[in-house]
Structures are given as structure tokens and as C-alpha cells.
Ligand binder design. Structure first.
Ligand code: GLU
Length: 546
């Protein structure tokens, strides 16, 4: 049997050889320095904060270098596969407005992007290794492997299929052929050329140099069901999809010796690696990885429900990704994330504690920089799903809500109260007659200067919605004086006994009467948004509540 016949015998019915695929998937024609990255999840049905964080690096670095970022589904492990697993992931990304340059639905020149559809490709490369005597069939049964393990435990040796323990490594071709003909089941293993005594170095782009023993395990490359293992499949895919940079969780550092060896034995150029430290969370005295099972904050749907915009999640991930991003974003009010250049040396080497307060704070900054128009546009679809009542109100009063949201927005220190779409109702409800009734006054703390006569006089004889802010305030001062309040706080402080209060108290009276609240954005602006009828009604309700 020639080498070729031997590999055909072990792995039959493969339509093409590996050279066919090398031709079919040529090197990408990109400018110097452009990164080709990939996000490669198992089809678990959803994206969570941890995986989103990895994809953030993939997408950012590809984008900022003019490269390509593709999505590849790694479904060779049946245990990690759920039905609709791929659709779920794509839907989650869609809900976050994230798209990849190539993905299983969109396709691309390096398709298919689902590993289970690439079986022939893996087999072609497994055959290459067999022909070059770099891989071999292994007939060991579960019992055989247990026996090896027991032997290793007794002699306190390293566990695994390697060296002299690798029983099938030295079977002759004749022995192999006979076993196959006898119907014995087999898998394909790599014939490792490494020694555990040698050291290799991973030059990680984030973590720096990491020294590890060379791999000497004869790892499985093709399983009994004909599917490749993760190690084997990802090496072939990263090569054929012409990946230049691999971003992945740092739990994969330990597998690097296997991967480096695989790439070398397959004659592939090794991509560069960036192992990302996880997002962590404090539990009692210990710090652990944010868990998609235990932590509600890990689910993307949690933020969708709260009404946190996807841009904010992106901004938050940027603050974890690069330690200098947050300060840059806070001080560059006119810039967006696309104006920032992410670098490897600013990425954290150890885990980053998940900080929901920081996320909310970033969200407040984000909302403060959005126009009222932009907020309302995205608010409506949110409300349609989560708050029908407010949806109807906003839909009928778009301009009004825009005016409300624009209050104190275009000033040096814009207001930063709203952190989510669900907050919009919380901070604006009192401006809508549909939501405002006498119950609003139930909680107010009644003060002795809460006098409706002052209000009636003010609104009948002084207030004019066309006044400038200065004119408006001058009139309030007049009313204050008329009813025995100091027109300036300073005067009041000098002689508190001479006055009922000061101009600020008159403003408070107006504010409480009109909104039922003691703190709101600028009162002058608020009054301008409300019409005379609303104001009249509210004064009546206020009067009753006193
Ligand atoms: N499929 C692997 C996982 O879900 C991806 C690891 C990698 O990016 O290489 O963890």
C-alpha cells in the first residue's frame, strides 16, 4: 500500500485532498497590518457578557486595522450544542447591532462557517498527517485507556496518552490493516514530536512571554464519529480562514503547546495570540469568573429589559478592554468609540471585576450626549415591548418628550439623570397629564408657605411663557417680595426673621405645585413645556391636597 492508499484506507470517501483547500481558500488580499480575527463560539444558543467581551476585541482590532472579523460556529462537541444554538447567537448579536464581516448566514469566501459542515476538510488534513507519519489510528478501548491511567496513577506519572504509554503509536501498517479488517473501531491521534522536557514560549500579545513544557500528548484529532476534536478543527479553520490574530479566553493558554505543535506539524503559519483575562465577580471573599448560569448580569437580555443601549455595553466593554479608554471617553465629549485606538498593552493581564455601577455611569454619560430626538427614536421600540402605556403617551407626544429631554442638555455640564430607556419614564412622567393625578401630591411634605394664593396671583398676573429666563426670574422675585419673601437668598440669610423665606422657596412652591417634586430639571424650561391648562389643573389638585 502506498502512503496515499493507506490514508484512503483509514479515512475513506474524502472528496478532495488538502491542496485543494489550500487553493480554494487563498490568503486574504488585505493591506499590511490588517488583522483577520474570528469569534468562535459553540452553538450554545446565546451570547453572554464574557463571550461578548471576547468578540469585542475581535471586532475592534479587525475594524481599526481595516481587517476582517468573522464568526465561526464550533459545533464538533455534541454536548455543547443546543437546538437553534446558531440562530440564538446570531439573534443576540443582531439585538446588539453587531454584525460580522462573514458568518454562517451571510456566508463569505471562506464558507462554510459551521464546523460540522467542514468535515471533509478536516479529514483531508488528517490524511495528510497520516501520509506523513504524523498521525496514526488508535484502537484503544475505554478499558485500555483506564488501564493506562491506573498504571500512571500507581507509578505517579503524568496522566495521558504519550510516549511508551501510547500503545497504538508503534503498530505496524500490517497490524493496523488487520485490526481494521477485523472491524476494530479506531480514532486518529497526532503522533506528537514533542518532549515534555523541552520548553516552548508563547509570546502572548497581552500577557507577554509564557514558558510552558512542549506537548508530548498524542491528542485525538479525529473522533470515533468521524468529527474532529476542537484542537484539530480550530487549527485547520484558523489556517484556512487565514486568521492572523486569535483572541480567546485565557483558559486556553494551557492548550497552547498542543496548538503550536499542531500548526507546526501541519506546516501552517502560526497566528498571533491574545489571551483575554475574564470578567470576574466577587462572591463573599472569593473572586470568580462571571457565570452565565449564576449571574443575571451575564445575560444580554438583562440589559435589553432594563433598556441599556447596546452602544453602552460596547462602551463598558471598551473600558475593561483598554485601561485608558474611560478617561479618554469622559474628556472627549465630541468623540465616539471609533475615534479611539485600542492597544494590546492597555489590556488587563488579570481578571477585571464586573462593575454595574460603572456601567450605569457610562450609560448616563452616553444618554447625556444623545439628543432628545435620538433618544425618543430608540425609546419607542423599547417601550413597545416593555411599557405599552408609556409607548402610547410618547407616540402621541414625541415633540413634547424631545423638548423635555433636551432641557439642560446643551450646556457645559449637561444633566446626567437618565441611565436607561426605562429611566425615561421615571424622570419625565410628571410632565404628562395622562400620568399625573392628585395621587402625585400624597407624599409631599407640606410647608407653611405653600400658599395657593401666591400661585394663582403669579400665574394670572405675572407668568408669561414668552418671557426670557431673566425676565421670568425678575417676575418671580417681584412675587416673592410681594408676599414677604426675600428676593435674594443673601438678604434672607442676613435677616431671616424679616422674611417668610426667600425667592428659592417661591420657586420650590411653584415646582412642587406643578410637578409634585422638589427636584426637577430647570423650572423655567419645564413651565415652558407645559400648557396653561395643565398648569391650572395642577394648581387645583395641589390646592386640594394641602
Ligand atoms: N469554541 C471555543 C469556545 O467556545 C472557542 C475557543 C477559541 O476561540 O479558540 O470556547
Amino acid at each position: 500500500m502506498t502512503d496515499k492508499e493507506y490514508s484512503d484506507f483509514l479515512i475513506p470517501n474524502v472528496s478532495h485532498d488538502y491542496l485543494y483547500y489550500e487553493d480554494k481558500y487563498p490568503k486574504r488580499d488585505l493591506k499590511e497590518g490588517a488583522m483577520v480575527t474570528r469569534f468562535a463560539p459553540s452553538p450554545t444558543g446565546f451570547v453572554h457578557m464574557g463571550s461578548l467581551y471576547t468578540s469585542f476585541s475581535d471586532l475592534r482590532f479587525a475594524k481599526q486595522t481595516g481587517g476582517v472579523c468573522y464568526l465561526r460556529i464550533e459545533d464538533t462537541d455534541g454536548k455543547r450544542t443546543v437546538s437553534n444554538g446558531i440562530e440564538g447567537i446570531l439573534d443576540d448579536f443582531k439585538s446588539l447591532d453587531i454584525s460580522f464581516d462573514e458568518d454562517p448566514i451571510k456566508g463569505g469566501l471562506y464558507a462554510p462557517y459551521v464546523q460540522s459542515e467542514r468535515q471533509d476538510i478536516y479529514k483531508a488534513f488528517a490524511k495528510k498527517l497520516i501520509e506523513e507519519n504524523k498521525a496514526y489510528p488508535c484502537f484503544c478501548t475505554e478499558d485500555d485507556l483506564n488501564e493506562i491511567r491506573t498504571l500512571q496513577e500507581v507509578s505517579k506519572d503524568r496522566i495521558g496518552y504519550y510516549g511508551n504509554y501510547a500503545k497504538c503509536r508503534n503498530l505496524t501498517r500490517e497490524q493496523v490493516i488487520e485490526k481494521v479488517k477485523n472491524g476494530e473501531k479506531y480514532i486518529i491521534r497526532l503522533k506528537s514530536n514533542g518532549s515534555f522536557l523541552n520548553k516552548i514560549v508563547l509570546n502572548d500579545l497581552i500577557k507577554g512571554k509564557i514558558e510552558m513544557p512542549e506537548n508530548d500528548l498524542d491528542i485525538v484529532i479525529i473522533k470515533g464519529d468521524g468529527l474532529p476534536t476542537y484542537h484539530f478543527a480550530h487549527a485547520i479553520d484558523d489556517h484556512l480562514m487565514r486568521t492572523t490574530h486569535v483572541f480567546r479566553g485565557d483558559e486556553w493558554v494551557a492548550s497552547y503547546p498542543i496548538h503550536e505543535q499542531l500548526f507546526k506539524m501541519l506546516d501552517f503559519e502560526l497566528p498571533k495570540y491574545a489571551h483575554i483575562a475574564p470578567i470576574t465577580i466577587k462572591e463573599g471573599n472569593t473572586v470568580r469568573k462571571l457565570s452565565k448560569r449564576k449571574d443575571k448580569e451575564a445575560a444580554i437580555s438583562y440589559y435589553a429589559k432594563l433598556g441599556i443601549p447596546s452602544e453602552v455595553i460596547n462602551l463598558y466593554l471598551a473600558t475593561i478592554n483598554n485601561s485608558n479608554f474611560e478617561e479618554w471617553y469622559s474628556s472627549n465629549t465630541d468623540k465616539t468609540i471609533d475615534d479611539f485606538t485600542f492597544t494590546f498593552n492597555k489590556m488587563p493581564i488579570g481578571g477585571s471585576l464586573f462593575d454595574i455601577d460603572k456601567l450605569m455611569n457610562i450609560s448616563k454619560i452616553y444618554f447625556s450626549r444623545q439628543s432628545g430626538e435620538a433618544i425618543v427614536e430608540k425609546l419607542l421600540p423599547y417601550l413597545r415591548t416593555y411599557d405599552e402605556e408609556f409607548y402610547e403617551i410618547v407616540n402621541n407626544n414625541k415633540e413634547k418628550l424631545i423638548s423635555i429631554l433636551n432641557i439642560e442638555k446643551y450646556i457645559k455640564r449637561p444633566r446626567k439623570d437618565i441611565a436607561s430607556y426605562s429611566d425615561v419614564r421615571k424622570y419625565t412622567w410628571y410632565m404628562f397629564d395622562e400620568l399625573f393625578n392628585s395621587d402625585a401630591y400624597k407624599e409631599i411634605e407640606k410647608k407653611d408657605y405653600y400658599d395657593v394664593e401666591i400661585l394663582n396671583d403669579y400665574f394670572s398676573n405675572y407668568y408669561d411663557s414668552n418671557d426670557s429666563k431673566d425676565e421670568w426670574f425678575e417676575k418671580i422675585k417681584l412675587v416673592a417680595e410681594k408676599y414677604g419673601f426675600a428676593k435674594e437668598v443673601k438678604l434672607y440669610k442676613e435677616n431671616p426673621d424679616n422674611y417668610k423665606g426667600h425667592v428659592g422657596d417661591v420657586c420650590e412652591l411653584i415646582r412642587v405645585a406643578i410637578t409634585s417634586l422638589t427636584t426637577t430639571p430647570d423650572l423655567y424650561e419645564i413651565l415652558k413645556v407645559l400648557d396653561n391648562n395643565s398648569i391650572k389643573n395642577r394648581i387645583m389638585m395641589f390646592n386640594k391636597a394641602l
